[in-house]
Ligand binder design. Structure first.
Ligand code: ZN
Length: 480
């Protein structure tokens, strides 16, 4: 039997969290003061079906203990065997029409057969059609004494006020990490499974605060009665901390080469959703730390915004990888101006922290053409650090040009900026390979887009001028 089913809570006592709601509902049962209609609203995965069922069971239990079902009476037994015909569960997502609700109303007139009340649990009630809501409203206005409704929804704002005003409302909260790991530890104890702390942390973080997700993942990860983090890394293909740090550093410095990194991450079959969630939460943690030191984190917030937007879109995307790529392009194309010159050499390796310290303003260059939207961090930073240009200019002398057989791509990229800065051109230059045969420069590109970019007349002009600036004299450029 799946662990999730085995450890599904059967009464309020075994239900994790939601202390206030539990005690209120239990008190209502104990004092026999339950009302005709309830509406439960919650974020996903907070155990809505479990709670609604336990409550229905408690209401009908022949001898509840302090409002908790006793689990032994005939009603509780039939419930366990899923034989209790007086508790009717309806998934509004698949029964949205007015006819479904009419049918309920008709059947509701008949008294319950096995227990005190006929209880209707309508899950995802916000999915009902307008007509169905009106029909439901009619019965909620004058419910037969032997009928109770437990409505449940994850989107309370879609439920009409007329319905809400006739229900007692309970807002469930997400499980806390402690509640989830507590439950997992309990299951591990019961099952004799050894789990290390890192694994608990990983499962909780991956569960989206849903107990069912957490327990299912927990079960998947058990191997020889053990869950170890090294095994998780192996089976789920998650990234090592160093790989993540490297990626975050590139994200925060808008380094377009992270698109190449992403390509290889995607090809390696790693779980991309978990990867990006991890990245997001790492940046968040770091930002909170920096904020406490009164550092400016606006650039981080901008990246987090774009990352969460990307994760949202990936959920309904027809092509998940494409959505991630577009998201990363958006991030790398955001223009960030450094507030000080503390980043003197932007192409050197930086930790995200030092990047954060010196970045103050963030704005997008949306008014530029799409072609120009993609920029690498070096390009951006170099734009505002003219000193860099001076440095390399003074170190390159004309005499060196005669022996030059290689193209220094970073110098070439910098030089193109002086003749009209184009991010797409910079990126293309960076991703291409060069060979110089006498005075003919051959550039081989990786994509047809890159090839087209380099073949544009205006870009060729920029390139010729830039080559001159770095003392490479060519008579022709051949792009392949
Ligand atoms: Zn009972």
């Amino acid at each position: 039997m799946a662990l999730y089913l085995k450890y599904r809570p059967l009464d309020f006592s075994s239900l994790v969290g939601q202390e206030f709601i539990k005690s209120t509902l239990k008190a209502a049962v104990a004092q026999d003061k339950t009302v005709g209609a309830y509406i439960f609203t919650w974020p996903r995965g907070t155990g809505k079906t479990s709670t609604a069922r336990i409550f229905a069971k408690a209401i009908n239990c022949e001898s509840p203990i302090d409002g908790d079902p006793d689990l032994t009476c005939s009603v509780c037994q039939s419930f366990a065997d899923e034989n209790l015909i007086d508790v009717i569960e309806i998934d509004a997502a698949s029964h949205t029409g007015v006819d479904n609700i009419r049918e309920i109303i008709e059947k509701a007139q008949f008294r319950p057969t096995q227990s005190k009340y006929k209880i209707y649990i309508i899950d995802e009630v916000h999915m009902l059609s307008k007509g169905a809501f009106n029909a439901l409203l009619k019965i909620l206005e004058e419910p037969p004494k032997h009928v109770k409704f437990i409505l449940a929804t994850t989107e309370i704002h879609k439920v009409p006020d007329t319905i809400l005003s006739r229900c007692q409302r309970y807002d469930f909260k997400n499980f806390t990490p402690i509640e989830i790991s507590g439950r997992l530890k309990y299951i591990a104890d019961q099952e004799g499974i050894t789990v290390d702390d890192e694994s608990y942390g990983y499962i909780v973080k991956s569960s989206e605060w849903g107990m069912r997700n957490a327990v299912s993942l927990f079960e998947q990860l058990v191997k020889d009665n053990t869950i170890s983090y090294s095994h998780i890394i192996e089976t789920l293909g998650i990234m090592s901390e160093d790989e993540k740090k490297d990626f975050i550093m590139k994200l925060l410095s808008r380094d377009a080469s992270l698109l190449e990194d992403f390509e290889s991450i995607a090809n390696s079959g790693k779980n991309l959703k978990i990867f990006f969630k991890d990245i997001l939460s790492n940046i968040q943690t770091e930002s909170i730390r920096l904020l406490q030191l009164w550092e400016d984190v606006s650039a981080n917030i901008h990246v987090m915004d774009l990352l969460s937007d990307m994760l949202m879109k990936s959920k309904n995307s027809f092509d998940e990888i494409m959505t991630y790529k577009i998201g990363l392009l958006k991030i790398t194309s955001s223009y960030t101006a450094p507030s000080s010159l503390s980043i003197s050499n932007p192409s050197s390796t930086q930790t995200p922290t030092t990047t954060n310290l010196s970045v103050s303003k963030t704005h997008s260059i949306n008014d530029n053409t799409q072609d120009d939207l993609v920029a690498s961090a070096e390009d951006i930073f170099a734009l505002d650090t003219p000193n860099d240009n001076l440095v390399w200019k003074s170190t390159v002398s004309p005499s060196e040009s005669s022996t030059c057989t290689d193209i220094d791509v970073s110098k070439l990229t910098l030089a193109t900026k002086e003749n009209g800065w184009k991010a797409a051109l910079s990126m293309t230059l960076k991703w291409s390979t060069y060979s110089l045969d006498w005075d003919i420069l051959s550039i081989s590109t990786k994509t047809s887009i890159a090839k087209n970019t380099l073949n544009k007349t205006e870009n060729r002009d920029i390139l010729f001028l830039a080559l001159e600036k770095i003392w490479v004299s060519v008579s022709d450029i051949i792009v392949s």
